[in-house]
Structures are given as C-alpha cells and as structure tokens.
Design a protein around this ligand. Structure first.
Ligand code: ADP
Ligand code: MG
Length: 345
C-alpha cells in the first residue's frame, strides 16, 4: 500500500494554513487588485473599487446559544463583516447571508436572527441582496459576505505602514473578551445550579461589547471629512498583538506600542483584576473588539489628535526592531501573534 502522510492542521496554525492552501493560485485578471491576504479583497470596476469580505460563525465555536440571543447574533454576524470592509477605508453597501440550520430551529427563532440582521442593515445602511439556506445535522452555521466600495486613492491596505508613521487605535480594547469570560462564568454557575438567575446588570458594558459589537463606520466617516487616508489599517478581531503582527509582516516594518497608551475601559480594568488577569493582556490577546488599528503619516498628527475616540498608542519603526511593547515600568517585551514574551532591549 502506498504510504500517505497526514499533517495535523494545528501544525500550520490558521495563518499558515490559509497561506498553504492559497499560495498556488495565480491571479488571472487585472481587475483583481488584491486577492488573499488583507481584511477584504479588492476588485477594479473602473472609477470605483469593489471591496469584498466573507466570514463564518459556527455554533459551539464562535457563539453559544445558551447566552447569545439570536437577535444579537444576527446583528453581530453582519457587523463583523462590515468591520473588514471599513478597515480597508471603504464603505459597505450590500451583504449576502447564508445559513445552515437543523430542525432544532423554528421559524420564530430564525425571525429573531433576521431581526438582528435587519437592525444592522438599518443602522449601517446596508442592503441584504441574497444568500443561501440549507440544512445542517445539528448546529447553526452562518456565513455573511459583505460588499463595499471606495475610490482607488482612498483605500488602506495592511502593507502601507512606513517607519516614522504614527500608530493609532479606536475605542477601547479587551472588553469583548472579558464580556465572554463573564458569560462563560454565569453559564457554569447556571449549569451547576439552574435555580440561580444570572446577574449581568452590573456588567452591561462588557457583555454588550461581546454580544452586540459595533463596526467603526463612524471613524471612516470622520477620516473622509478630515481627508485622512491611513497608510495602513486593519480591524481588531483577534487581539491587538495579532493585528500588529499582521501590519509588521505585510508592511515589512517594526512597531513600538506603549502599554500606558493602550485605551482600556475602567470596567475592563476592574473585571480583569477580578479574574486575576492583566488588563493589558486582555487588550493584546483578547480579540473581538472590532476596533480599528491604523497608521498615519506624521504630517496628519494635528488632525488625528482632534479626532474623537482615536488614541495614539505608538509608532512604526524599522523591520529589524520587530514588534515591541514598552511597559509602563519601561520594560520591553517582544510581541508575538499570540501575546508577548519578555526580552532585554
Ligand atoms: P480577517 O480576520 O480579517 O477576517 P482572515 O484571517 O479570516 O481575515 O483572512 C485573511 C485572508 O485570507 C483574507 O484575505 C481571506 O479572504 C483569506 N482566506 C481565509 N481563508 C481562506 C480560504 N479558506 N481560502 C481562500 N482564502 C482564504
Ligand atoms: Mg479583519
């Protein structure tokens, strides 16, 4: 019998696997401006560029119906895709929504999911233009594709950061991750004692950040008004450290982040300590914040400092410097896609 090798997908990791599966595909059309490798693909349509992105959410992996209301889930499924379009500095216009459902789901349950989809479509001014409905053996599977557009000169890719650029982030980080920890804790308490009613009232902010995130279309609007085009941009879906790794890799630069400048909400601070976690670790490795991480030319500094909810957290350096976190105690840590390790500078 012929010997076959079997490689575990975990050996490659998510990014390695995508690279492995897609590297042998050649671009055949000049209209394909950007294929695999950014937050969204870019297609040339003459005066405008079309920007497309797709994401899937799988029950038991990305959400737990014990604590994710279907309406919120519908909203979130749309938002996470819009975030990838905004992170190209483009404006989303349409979505396609596909679902695979088992007979566990009633029409009323799906109505609730679509109520959330509709709320997101209304809030972000998006048209639902299609999708697919099919069956699954057990869990709920959701796929959303978002389509947007931008003028060619306005797009921001992951690969445009240059040494000397200013590193900025929107909103605050780490909250969605702690929201998830709270929901998981309450779920466990409920499973241990079903008479207990979960008390989430005090943690509305963190739980809300997990169950009903928003995409930063407002920031993209302000950028257009102020005529700022980020040299590079990415949305924070996997945690600040992972996104910094992507910017460094694609732009072939280093990045220095100052711990004391990373925006962290007071609730995040308090609850992280309750869970015996370091708030900065939640910001670096938590994920699902759907904030924007971007770099701008130093000449845009004056405009940036007046932008609401935008924080300067560091600077772009040369590749040889790598990705580095400067702590509040003036220590230096090397940032990795997963988090950070200590090192002597
Ligand atoms: P994001 O976290 O911004 O959604 P991903 O890490 O999911 O981005 O994807 C990175 C890039 O890899 C994107 O260009 C995406 O379209 C592409 N990609 C991911 N999975 C596949 C796949 N199975 N086949 C082809 N391209 C893929
Ligand atoms: Mg993204």
């Amino acid at each position: 019998m012929k010997e076959t090798t079997r490689t575990d997908v975990n050996e490659l990791g998510e990014f390695g696997l995508i690279d492995h599966l897609t590297k042998q595909f050649e671009i055949k059309h000049s209209s394909t401006v950007k294929g695999v490798g950014d937050d969204a693909a870019v297609i040339n349509n003459g005066n405008w560029l079309t920007v497309v992105s797709t994401d899937s959410l799988v029950e038991g992996i990305h959400f737990d119906l014990m604590y994710s209301p279907l309406k919120h889930l519908g909203y979130k499924s749309v938002v996470v895709n819009l975030s990838d379009i905004y992170s190209m500095n483009a404006i989303p216009h349409q979505i396609l929504v596909s679902i695979a459902i088992s007979n566990r789901f009633s029409v009323e349950a799906l109505d609730a999911f679509y109520e959330g989809v509709r709320a997101a479509c209304d809030h972000y001014k998006i048209d639902l233009i299609g999708g697919d409905t099919t069956s699954s053996n057990k869990g709920l599977f959701i796929n959303v594709t978002a389509i947007g557009r931008a003028r060619p000169e306005r797009l921001s890719y992951r690969n445009g950061a240059r040494p000397g650029d200013i590193l900025c982030v929107t909103g605050d980080l780490g909250a969605a991750y702690l929201g998830l920890q709270i929901l998981e804790r309450e779920k466990q308490l409920f499973l241990d004692n079903p008479d207990l009613k979960p008390d989430l009232e005090d943690e509305k902010y963190l739980v809300g950040r997990q169950l009903k995130p928003e995409a930063r279309g407002d920031i993209i609007g302000v950028m257009a008004k102020e005529d700022i085009i980020p040299t590079a941009m990415i949305d924070i879906s996997d945690g600040l450290a992972s996104e910094i790794y992507h910017l460094c890799k694609e732009s072939e630069v280093g990045i220095l982040v100052e711990e004391g400048k990373v925006p962290i909400h007071p609730d995040t601070e308090r609850v992280a300590l309750n869970f015996n976690m370091d708030p900065i670790s939640c910001a670096l490795s938590g994920g699902e914040d759907y904030e924007l991480l971007f770099t701008v030319d130093p000449g845009d500094l004056e405009k940036i400092v007046t932008m609401p909810d935008v924080y300067i957290i560091g600077e772009v350096t040369v590749k040889e410097q790598g990705a580095v976190l400067k702590t509040t105690g003036n220590n230096f840590h090397r940032l990795t896609a997963q988090g950070w390790t200590h090192f002597q500078k």
